[in-house]
Design a protein around this ligand. Structure first.
Ligand code: 13P
Ligand code: SF4
Length: 427
């Protein structure tokens, strides 16, 4: 098989992940995307690509972005009838030398081989607590694997089975954009009273910025706690990169108002805001979003309530504010699972999060009515990049003594990122 593995991966590629609103303005170029992940090295060399290359996920190589990276090895065919038995043999051969972590959005075929499944917070905890396994095989997306590398010891290796498993939201805040924002906030005398709170869904470079400026990382399960902590230390928060999680937490959990929040557009000078607007704000939200959760609408909420009387709406906090405000329950992937598990037989739930998780919940709870909140299919295409062929390839390579797709964060970036991650774990 050639360098392109698209045939081996059944992925419904969502173009909006790459060219979604707010994402790639006409001025963006390959240099800009390469700058996003400066100081983060991987075991495969980097080469620059033209923007058109980046639109073809999985084709060509561009390790400076979370898109457009092909597999470096010979993948087994997805149709190989021995795939599951090969996975079992390789997993058994690795034994305690490996720990397989699986995010809740992973495919069933991958989840089957996960030693620990969880939301991004639980998986970060699992990585931090694991000191003996030589290999952490991270079935999730790139920023999660980076965090695992930062939290594990130097002799442990973190493997991401497909390097194209990135996160479009993480790519929406580049290190250069964030340092320009901070420079502008410093010039108007605002940075001194601002604490950065950065969502886990960000590059290691942004986490490093956060640690260096006295901030913390947060996840969707601890955003309230981390923002309260930040407001006890400073007057304002710079919340990166998910505007929706920041706004939803500020307004629905901290009791702030929509007027307390302003939106920083990284493509405009001064974020497109006036000095007065910035000075009056409590929360400066970065203009980033999740292309998957951004698809759920208030119309879908109203529609499902009309169609299934008594149904409860359960959504992830990355959804838009009007969706989250209209929902009955809001929470991280782990919380969504627990809520359904603890609900009585016969209850009905419309769930607004990634479809792999919702389908799995529906199958696991045949005594409950579980429906997907959106009318159209809504997988996270990059989470779906990790499939059984990639996992088998990664595990068999490790069994043969070849370390493939290692994610390793440069020590100078890891130093402050670790500070910010440990601040979160300590709260
Ligand atoms: P959780 O932290 O809830 O697992 O969410 C991670 C994520 O990427 C959601 O889009
Ligand atoms: Fe990123 Fe959204 Fe996919 Fe989560 S669901 S990994 S935020 S693109």
């Amino acid at each position: 098989m050639g360098p392109v593995d698209a045939g081996a991966c059944v992925v419904a590629f969502d173009v909006s992940v790459v060219i979604g609103k707010d994402y790639l303005p006409p001025s963006v170029d390959a240099t800009a995307t390469l700058q996003m992940r400066e100081n983060v090295s991987m075991s495969t060399p980097v080469r620059s690509t033209a923007l058109t290359d980046l639109l073809l996920l999985g084709q060509g190589q561009d390790l400076g972005s979370e898109r457009g990276v092909s597999c470096t090895g010979e993948l087994p065919a997805a149709s190989d009838p021995d795939l599951v038995s090969r996975a079992k043999i390789a997993r058994a051969a690795l034994g305690d030398r490996a720990l397989v972590l699986g995010h809740h959005y992973q495919r069933d075929e991958v989840i089957e081989f996960a030693d620990v499944t969880g939301d991004s917070f639980k998986l970060a905890q699992a990585a931090a607590a694991q000191s003996s396994a030589e290999y952490i095989i991270f079935c999730g997306v790139h920023f999660m694997a980076e965090s695992a590398d930062i939290l594990t010891s130097a002799n442990q290796k973190v493997i991401l089975p497909d390097l194209a498993a990135g996160c479009s939201m993480a790519d929406m805040a580049t290190a250069n954009q964030v340092s320009q924002c901070w420079k502008e906030l410093t010039e108007i005398g605002v940075a001194q009273e601002t604490i950065p709170v950065t969502y886990m869904n960000s590059s290691a470079a942004i986490k490093s910025f956060t640690g260096e400026h006295g901030g913390t990382i947060c996840t969707s399960s601890n955003a309230k706690k981390t923002m309260e902590w930040a407001l006890s230390k400073g007057e304002k928060i710079l919340f990166l990169p998910d505007q929706h999680l920041g706004r939803n937490t500020a307004v629905l959990s901290l009791g702030l108002t929509l007027e307390d929040c302003v939106l920083w557009n990284p493509w405009k000078p001064m974020g497109g805001l006036t000095v007065e607007e910035i000075k009056a704000a409590k929360i400066i939200l970065w203009r980033g979003h999740c292309s998957v959760h951004g698809r759920f609408t208030l119309d879908s909420v109203n529609e499902v309530r009309k169609q299934v009387p008594g149904i409860k709406v359960l959504v992830h906090p990355e959804c838009q504010h009007e969706v989250v405000s209209a929902a009955d329950v809001v929470g991280s992937t782990e919380m969504i699972i627990k809520t359904v598990e603890q609900s009585p037989a016969g209850s009905a739930w419309a769930i607004g999060t990634e479809l792999n998780l919702v389908s799995r919940l529906a199958r696991a709870h045949p005594d409950k009515k579980i429906v997907f909140l959106d009318k159209t299919v809504c997988y996270c295409s990059t989470m779906n990049r990790i499939d059984l062929p990639h996992l088998v390839w990664a595990m068999e390579s490790l069994v043969e003594g070849h370390v493939v797709n290692q994610i390793s964060v440069a020590p100078d970036v890891a130093k402050f990122s670790k500070l910010a991650l440990e601040q979160m774990l300590a709260l």
